[in-house]
Ligand binder design. Structure first.
Ligand code: NG1
Ligand code: MG
Length: 544
């Protein structure tokens, strides 16, 4: 579970399937991709890397503010089969032939170009040494493969060396652009596959270096995904790498990445439903996702200033750090107790008022203008641009600092309540001297928090959309105790909390009421609405 553990590398199929710990027919999927690889490339793969998608149960758009979140890996995953090309010397170093089992994604051939620029500092030479053209203007499947690969090149071939030329075959069951983090699964899977094939994963295999830990892989994958142009937090990569079967994961990012299991109450089932609105973040990030990242960072600085908290001019302080500094929390002391954080978050919800536009006129409703925001920050225009706008593309005339901060503080507080509810229920249930809590009360409490999260995402963070609002409402009417969007929003999936006994009825009602589901049956329906169990994190299978 812990972030320090090594990435599992299996060589025995029983161990592999055992680790997946789920009821799905994994064996069939793994066999199919191995056979298909053999058919297309004329030999067995050397490795298959697996990375699951994730569902976020609660804690939306707060990971990049460094507040804890509560996702779980799902059974749906990306598998990447990879093998060195025969006759290495005939191919460009590190060249890649990438195929995808999905017919819509066509074959891609590319090679990284070594790029040494002697005139720049040593550190920069490292960063610039390899070049891989990643298209951030449009969504392309191979961009995620390249992003994972690039991280391996930069981290492991910076001082020279020759990455092996490879063939790869990708397959996946995580729907793209739907908030289940197919992107992180692709990037984690690709990073792992290229690490494995270049002998960077197993210490005994190559005799070099320490084994890569789950935490290190998360860090690499977060950096890699930024290369696709989305300045994400670390939730998806952490969930895809660190998760374990049957529990959700509480992931905190401050003062450093850490993860702990959160047992889910028995009888509670999480059902994912796809609104079928595709949110193509690679294209829209400048008006939504990246804009939110900038709004929360600007809010953090302005709030700090107004509360008399010191922030260096060039520092991108986060809302979590501002909360910490308010109480004199310092990194050496580590995180304050959860009770302290809960209380402080409540106070911060009130302090967020300081971010309201001064004139609450119609214009004020739109938020503050760029000029007002810069003035409130206490920085000069140049300084502000340098710190907040030079590394990210955003497109906006107004910025909603109050609403965004209010969402972040209240959502962070809901995550703590959700986690505490699960932990208390589990500990009371295992204590023979106390009356076990009524399961329905526990599930109701969790559901209420999920519903509050949806309202906050819709009204304060404005990351919902009509279809998601409709689908969550339909879900509640169909018996869900809680229903909310999951992932970045603006489309994609919802997650609903349903009692086990009501699952079939729930799915039937939702499929009859949500317009886009009405004509779907069988497998087509199962593609868009399905129950999910927490699954294990990323791993590699090595063919011997
Ligand atoms: P999605 O869009 O579901 O992959 C994104 C971010 C997360 C997090 C959520 C919102 C990426 C890769 N991930 O998730 O880090 O911020 O939005 O909670 O962009
Ligand atoms: Mg994503």
């Amino acid at each position: 579970m812990a972030a320090e553990q090594p990435i599992p590398v299996y060589t025995n199929l029983n161990d592999l399937y055992g680790s997946l710990g789920t009821s799905l027919n994994h064996a069939e999927k793994w066999n199919t991709v191995a056979e298909e690889f053999q058919r297309r490339f004329g030999r067995k793969p050397a490795y298959i890397a697996r990375a699951p998608g994730r569902v976020n149960l609660i804690g939306e758009h707060i990971d990049y503010c460094l507040f804890g979140v509560l996702p779980a890996a799902i059974e749906r995953d990306i598998l990447i089969a990879i093998s060195p090309r025969p006759n290495h010397q005939e191919h460009a170093p590190g060249s890649v032939v990438a195929e995808n089992m999905h017919t819509k994604y066509i074959r891609q051939v590319f090679a990284p170009a070594p790029r040494r620029r002697a005139s720049i500092s040593e550190e920069e030479v490292h960063m610039e040494e390899w070049h891989l053209d990643i298209n951030t203007k449009e969504l392309r499947w191979e961009s995620y493969i390249k992003a994972g690969y690039y991280g391996v090149l930069v981290n492991y071939f910076a001082g020279g060396g020759s990455p092996v030329p490879v063939d790869i075959l990708v397959t996946g069951t995580v729907p793209a652009g739907s908030g289940l983090s197919s992107s992180a699964a692709m990037v984690v899977g690709s990073t792992l596959a290229f690490l494995a094939v270049n002998g960077k994963l197993e210490p005994n295999f190559t005799g070099t270096g320490p084994q890569i830990s789950k935490g290190q892989l998360v860090e690499m994958a977060v950096g890699n995904e930024k290369r696709v142009g989305v300045n994400s937090g670390g939730m998806d990569q952490a969930a895809s790498v660190i998760s374990i079967p049957s529990s959700a994961l509480y992931i905190s990012f401050f003062p450093e990445l850490s993860a702990s299991a959160v047992p889910l109450p028995p009888g509670a089932v999480f059902i994912i439903a796809n609104s079928l609105v595709v949110s193509d973040k690679a294209v829209t990030a400048k008006r939504n996702y990246n804009l939110r990242v900038v709004e929360t960072l600007a809010a953090a600085r302005i709030l700090a200033r107004s509360l008399g908290i010191k922030v260096a001019k060039d520092e991108k302080v986060t809302l979590r750090e501002v909360v910490g500094r308010l109480a004199g929390e310092v990194e050496e002391v580590g995180e304050m107790p959860v009770e302290w954080l809960s209380e402080t978050l409540q106070r911060m919800e009130c302090e967020a008022e300081r971010l309201k536009p001064r004139n609450a006129t119609e214009d004020g409703q739109l938020g503050v203008t760029m000029e007002e925001m810069i003035e409130m920050s206490g920085l000069s225009t140049e300084e502000f641009n340098q710190v907040y706008l030079s590394w990210v593309k955003v497109e906006a005339t107004h910025f909603q600092l109050y609403k965004r901060a209010k969402h972040v503080f209240s959502e962070a507080s809901r995550v703590l309540q959700f986690r505490q509810t699960c932990l208390s229920a589990a500990s009371e249930a295992s204590n023979p001297s106390t009356e076990p809590p009524s399961p329905i009360d526990v599930v109701r409490n969790l559901g209420r928090l999920m519903n509050e999260s949806q309202t906050s995402c819709d009204q304060l963070y404005q990351c919902s959309c009509d279809e998601l609002n409709e689908l969550t409402k339909i879900s509640r009417d169909a018996g869900a105790l809680g229903s909310r969007l999951t992932g970045a929003g603006w489309g994609g999936c919802t997650v609903s909390l349903v009692l086990e006994s009501g699952v079939d009825d729930f799915i039937k009602k939702v499929s009859e009421s949500y317009g886009p589901f009405k004509d779907l049956k069988g497998e087509a329906l199962n593609e868009v609405i399905f129950a999910t169990k927490p699954s294990s994190g990323a791993c590699v299978y090595k063919f011997e």
